[in-house]
Design a protein around this ligand. Structure first.
Ligand code: GAP
Length: 433
């Protein structure tokens, strides 16, 4: 990461190049909600695919599911979210600004940082779940909530999956999907938002194996981040102190990333014990325990959870990849994205528009080889190189007049700036090496 990286630079790049936009921008936006443009959507898709592949490469089974976004009040009562999923908030009665009371943004002993008056309400708890009603009737039975985490749909389907999918404990269930939290103060771009995607994997095991699996998943997640190209010094593991643990958790370690605004949580790896299955058994009246024939015993599986936000991971990947340098006396911004995460892997450029007919077959060749390719014929070659550096494209392939004679193209490497003349028959091999 360059020493001058700031969140503002990342935000500006994301907007300029079509990664991320404020949602409903033409109507002045909606706070804490973002839309992902073509490059951002592609990069998120690549991250999700990499995560699921990583999960499913584990020696034990990890099955995928896709649960509903709406859940009845009963689910959230059992999970503890109705009673516990709240943040403390405080309002300035003078300027009406609202703050979280536990994140250091205000000190009730001091004046409001917004208007300078000292006129605070009491601190109140604010539940972060979005509430809605199903159907036309507005009564207690019609109440539903947008899920604040994907995990609960895994727990309430545990028995369905166990009995229908020929799996045995230990095994995992992974899910990628939207979650919603009415954050009091969404901020820091896509780091803390109100609508986001989570990638969660709940690993079910015998109680006596749970500490061992907790350690195994800590190790596996470390290798996941290294496989995404994270510099080893850019992330660290921080075990929670006892007073920080969530209501469901016996033990938890955060994977923290060094964002421009400091060390912050990227992923939570939690030992959830038998909390969730026990709660749902008690509240639903359905027995979610497992019978073990060999030992003639029933037990409630314990759970190790890996939970990371796609949007937050997306931001971490951009921060890890962001560099600035000087090339031929000109400032350059580049994203050193690995080939596997680059939304566009190869830009194919015709030196001048006259060469477009010779360039299109090169585009077709690379697309047929499964590469993510963009054709570009506008602007000077230098400007085009800068554009693709900025969106993290590892290679530019240029078709020039000599190509018509020697059937070779120039491949330019984003990071080394090296330019190599390569025969058309060799370019797929060179680009995928
Ligand atoms: N099931 C456990 C759980 O949801 P969490 O620590 O509240 O735990 C897990 O959330 C991860 O989800 C976080 O580490 C973060 O990556 C992501 N996340 C949580 N709240 C978020 C928000 N408001 N905006 C973006 N990502 C969020």
């Amino acid at each position: 990461m360059s020493s001058t990286i700031t969140l503002e630079k990342i935000v500006a790049l994301c907007k300029r190049r079509g990664f991320v936009f404020s949602s409903a921008e033409i109507y002045s936006g909606i706070n804490g909600v973002y839309d992902f443009g073509p490059l951002g959507a592609q990069m998120k898709r690549l991250l999700k695919t990499a995560w699921l592949k990583h999960m499913q490469s584990f020696s034990e089974d990890v099955l995928e599911m896709d649960g509903a976004l709406l859940g009845p009040a009963a689910t959230w009562k059992a999970s503890g979210h109705l009673d516990n999923f709240s943040d403390p908030m405080i309002d300035c009665t003078s300027c009406k600004k609202r703050f979280r009371a536990d994140d250091g943004s205000v000190d009730p002993q001091k004046p409001c940082p917004s208007c300078g008056n000292k006129a605070w309400t009491d601190v109140r708890r604010f539940n972060l779940m979005f509430e809605t009603n199903l159907g036309a009737l507005v009564d207690a039975d019609a109440k539903a909530y947008l899920r604040p985490e994907t995990a609960q749909s895994i727990f309430i389907n545990f028995k369905n999956i166990l009995s229908s999918c020929r799996v045995k404990v230990p095994f995992g269930i992974a899910q990628i999907g939207k979650a919603f939290r009415n954050e009091i103060t969404p901020r820091q771009f896509v780091f803390r938002v109100r609508e986001f995607e989570q990638m969660e994997m709940e690993f079910f095991c015998k109680p006596e194996q749970s500490d061992e699996y907790f350690t195994i998943w800590l190790d596996r997640q470390k290798s996941f981040y290294l496989s995404l190209g994270f510099a080893p010094e850019s992330f660290r593991f921080r075990p929670h102190d006892a007073d920080e643990l969530a209501h469901y958790s016996k033990n938890c370690t955060d994977v923290e990333f060094h964002f421009p605004m400091g060390w912050k949580e990227l992923e939570g790896i939690a030992h959830r014990g038998a909390f969730d299955l026990t709660q749902h058994s008690q509240h639903s009246g359905k027995d979610l325990s497992v019978f073990e024939q060999e030992n003639n015993r029933s037990y409630m599986p314990h759970v190790v959870e890996c939970s990371v936000g796609v949007d937050r991971l997306f931001l971490a990947v951009l921060c890890n990849a962001y560099y600035e340098d000087i090339v031929e006396g000109e400032a350059r911004v580049l994203l050193k994205l690995p080939m596997s995460l680059a939304p566009i892997q190869v830009a194919v450029l015709s030196l001048v528009k006259k060469l477009n007919d010779a360039t299109h077959p090169v585009v077709a060749l690379l697309k047929a080889a499964g590469l993510r390719v963009q054709f570009d014929d506008s602007g000077s070659i230098g400007k085009r190189y800068r554009r693709y550096d900025e969106i993290g494209t590892p290679y530019c392939v240029t078709v020039d007049f000599n190509t018509l004679e020697d059937k070779c193209v120039t491949i330019r490497n984003r990071d080394t700036l090296e330019q190599t003349r390569v025969p058309l028959t060799e370019i797929v091999r060179v680009l995928t090496a």
